[in-house]
Structure formats: C-alpha cells, structure tokens
Write a protein that binds this ligand. Structure first.
Ligand code: FAD
Length: 424
C-alpha cells in the first residue's frame, strides 16, 4: 500500500519536544509494549536522546494496527498493509526483546519476563494497551469471541480476519449485530467507523443486508456527521439503537447467535461483533498500577504513575481525563513521557507537554471525517485539560470534495505515524 505524506498529517509525528540534555553516560530506558505508545517512545528516545540505552519488550513479533483495520473488514486493504515489524527500531539501535512482561518491581526497578530474564531500568515507559472485561457481559468470554469476534485488540490480526470471513460468508439479506460498550473505551469513534465500512462492503456485495448497532450510550463521537453520511450513502441499511431505546446489551448467546438487551429483547443475528467494556492491560492491573476506575492514574505533566515512581504510563492503559484513547494521543503522550523521563534522569525540570489528537474516520473508501483536539497538563489540578477553542470536527453538509480530501489526509496520517513509530 502506498500512502502519501501530507503537511497536515505530519503534525503529530513532528511534535517532538526539544532535547533538554546533552550526551553523557547512558541511562537505561525500558519500554514495555511495542504499539502506538511504546514503539513511538522507543524511536523517539533513540532520535532525540541518543545517550539513552533503549530496550523494548514486546510480546509479538509484529504489530497489526487497529487504525485502518476497519478498512480490512471492508475489503479495501489486506492484513499485510497494516502489519509492521520491528527491524526499523533495531536498526535505530533499540534492543528489541520479544517476550511477555510478567512482573513489575517498581521499588527495585526491575521487570521479569516470561522467558525468565530480569531487566533493570532507570526509567520505564509502559504502554501495554487494554484488556477486555469479559466478565462485564454475561455469556461473553474468550471462547465466545471465536464465534462473536470483538476485533478490538488487533494482536496478530486473527480476530479481524475472522470477522471479515464471517461477513464474506453471510448470505445477502443477513443481519450484522454490533454491541457497543459504554465510555470510556479504546477509540470512541471506532465502532461507528466500523458500522460505516461494514455498510460499504454490504452495499456493494449484499445490498439486502442490515446492520443493527446496539449501543450502551445515547450519544457518540461525530454523531451528526456519521448519521448524515449513513443516510446519504447507505439509506435504510443501518439501525442504531441508543441506550434509552433499549440498546444496552446485557447478555449474549453465541450458540443461538442472540443478543439480549436490558429490557429483555432478544435479537437473532447472522454475524455478531461484540465489543466488550475494557480496562488497562494485565501487566498494569496485576502490577496494581490501576485504580478503581480500571485505568492507571498519572501525573499529567510527566505521565509518571501516581502509584509506582519511575514508571511513565502512556496510551490506552492510562486514565486520560477528557482525552480520548487514540493512537495519535498515545504517540503524543509517549513523546512527552520520554522527554520528562530524560529530564528527570538529568535532574532537570520536565518540559510543559502539549498533547495533540486528530481522529479520522472513514465512512467509505473516498469519504472520511475527522475530529481534532489539543490538550495540556493542568499540574495544579492534577489533570489534563482541553485547550479552549483548539478542537473541532469536519463541517456538516454535502461536501464530497472535503470528504475525499479528508480520506487522503487520513492516508497521510497513517503513513507518517507508522513511520514515526517503527522508523521505516
Ligand atoms: C477499530 C479501531 C480503529 C482505530 N482507529 C484509530 C484511528 O484511526 N486513529 C487513532 O488515533 N486511533 C485509533 N484507534 C485506537 C488505537 O488503536 C489505540 O488508541 C492505540 O493502539 C493505543 O496504543 P497503546 O500503545 O496504548 O496500545 P497498543 O497499540 O495496543 O499496544 C500495546 C502493545 O503492548 C503489548 N503488550 C501488552 N502487554 C504486554 C506484556 N505483558 N508484555 C509484552 N508486551 C505487551 C501488546 O502486544 C501491544 O503490541 C483504533 C482502535 C480500534 C479498535
């Protein structure tokens, strides 16, 4: 896949905070998790702070991105187009270890790996992503996800491939059911992009089919833009049911392919995409870094854990206040965390971070919309705040050229951010 770079989409990749320190003795930066937050942290640290000795621990040999996975579901892209290796990071001088982090010891500043090795560090950047809260939805567990895929943790791409195959096998006139969780969860507009791109596929290949989207919320990100586009591009195909209209699913039956709602309605579907509630990944919760929210509280200026000093937590595992859980923000947070860690290692004051986000959503192959925000750290209040007047969404209205250009910008964003993360 060739994706062009654009000026606008380079924004996130180039928002590198300036280096505070000059080459001295190597200090050990240990990065755990090689996704949006972790891969960015490793590459950024090598580029901006060459005196840091950087090790990355990632359990998988390659990384499949969630961004653009909905385009794989639509059949516009294939899995290899969204799969990235770690050779680029190795070439930059990062020591990459493929193993599972199993035990954190923040006091001794050590990490034990599943293979038995123990790594010592001076500062850690932890970006392990999310875990699914299977227990939050009756009838749903890992076994059920082989029949009703979530496709919400891209991992090796197996869940995305499974959902795609189910859509291909479904007869024309079938019903695709989606179960959408309450806030907060990974990628607020993601389920609605998925509805759109499944509709894009069905409208071309199985036009008598329907999509039933059962939501645990009453409103969602970029709602008016999505609903306008559904009406214009896929009239009559999508039924979105809000929580107050009995959209909240409380139980699933994978054998009978039934989704049961709070008010007792049973929906029989042909394909079910169940996105369960989420929490921080196991290494963060088992390491007792997460609080009662299920997410990891951090100091907003340094992204350092409030519970475990020396561990900076970024990406979806972190409690972000008003910031959405997005890959773009994980990238921005990782740069801020590395800059803070480098400063603290040199006894300097951490810089004031700025966190940027643009979330593109495709509604069809040449049709995309976006939402953008900028946030800063309110150290006094101990939270993240949106910079007033900094954000916005695409304008409403029949604007085909704007939608086409946003689809191109989205491609540029994907190309630039993955190059920024993986160095190639
Ligand atoms: C369908 C969908 C579409 C999306 N689209 C967009 C989009 O268009 N734009 C956008 O900005 N965001 C998008 N997102 C959100 C984005 O994918 C996440 O916000 C982002 O991946 C978060 O990065 P992270 O580093 O926190 O976690 P991840 O990217 O999930 O990375 C975590 C990594 O840690 C590894 N890991 C976990 N535990 C361990 C352990 N114990 N030991 C070793 N390794 C471990 C995992 O294998 C993984 O590689 C989308 C998400 C979905 C589901």
């Amino acid at each position: 896949m060739t994706i062009p770079l654009t000026r606008r989409t380079l924004l996130g990749a180039t928002l590198a905070a300036p280096s505070l320190v000059h080459a001295q003795a190597a200090a050990r930066l240990l990065v755990v998790g090689g996704g949006f937050g972790g891969a960015t942290a490793a590459s950024f640290a090598r580029r901006e702070y060459p005196w840091l000795d950087v090790t990355l621990v990632e359990q998988r040999q390659s990384y499949v991105t969630c961004p653009y996975s909905n385009r794989v579901l639509a059949g516009d892209l294939a899995l290899p187009d969204i799969t990235h290796g770690y050779e680029g990071l190795r070439a930059m001088g990062v020591r990459v270890i493929h193993d599972r982090a199993v035990h954190l010891d923040p006091v001794a500043r050590r990490l034990r790996l599943g293979g038995g090795e123990t790594l010592s560090y001076d500062r850690m950047i932890l970006s392990p992503g999310i875990a699914l809260r299977y227990e939050a939805l009756e009838g749903y567990d890992e076994a059920a996800s082989t029949r009703m895929p979530h496709a919400w943790i891209a991992a090796d791409g197996a869940q995305i491939t499974l959902l795609r195959r189910q859509l291909e096998a479904m007869p024309d006139g079938g019903v695709v059911g989606l179960v959408i969780p309450p806030n907060p969860y990974r990628c607020p507009p993601g389920p609605y992009e998925r509805i759109s791109l499944i509709a894009s596929y069905l409208s071309k290949h199985k036009p008598r089919s329907k999509i039933l989207a059962l939501d645990a919320k009453d409103t969602f990100s970029k709602q008016a833009l999505f609903q306008d586009a559904w009406q214009a591009l896929y009239p009559g195909m999508i039924e979105w049911v809000s929580a107050t209209n009995d959209g909240r699913v409380v139980r699933v039956d994978p054998e009978a392919m039934v989704l049961e709602t709070e008010f007792g309605t049973h929906h029989r579907v042909d394909v079910a995409n169940v996105i369960p509630p989420q929490t921080a990944a196991a290494i963060a919760t088992e390491g007792e870094l997460a609080d009662s929210t299920g997410w990891v509280p951090v100091n907003p200026r340094t992204l350092e854990s409030r519970i475990a000093p020396g561990i900076h937590v970024v990406g979806d595992a972190m409690f972000p206040g008003p910031m959405p859980k997005s890959g773009f923000l994980a990238n921005s947070e990782a740069k801020a965390a590395v800059s803070a860690a480098a400063a603290l290692l040199r006894g300097a004051a951490p810089p004031e971070p700025v966190f940027v986000n643009t979330c593109y959503s495709h509604i069809g192959p040449d049709y995309a919309i976006s939402v953008a925000n900028i946030f800063h750290a309110d150290t006094g209040a101990g939270s993240f705040l949106e910079v007033p007047g900094s954000g916005g969404t695409s304008p409403r209205g029949g604007l085909p050229e704007q939608r086409r250009l946003e689809a191109l910008h989205a491609d540029g964003w994907y190309a630039s951010i993955t190059r920024d993360m993986f160095g190639s």
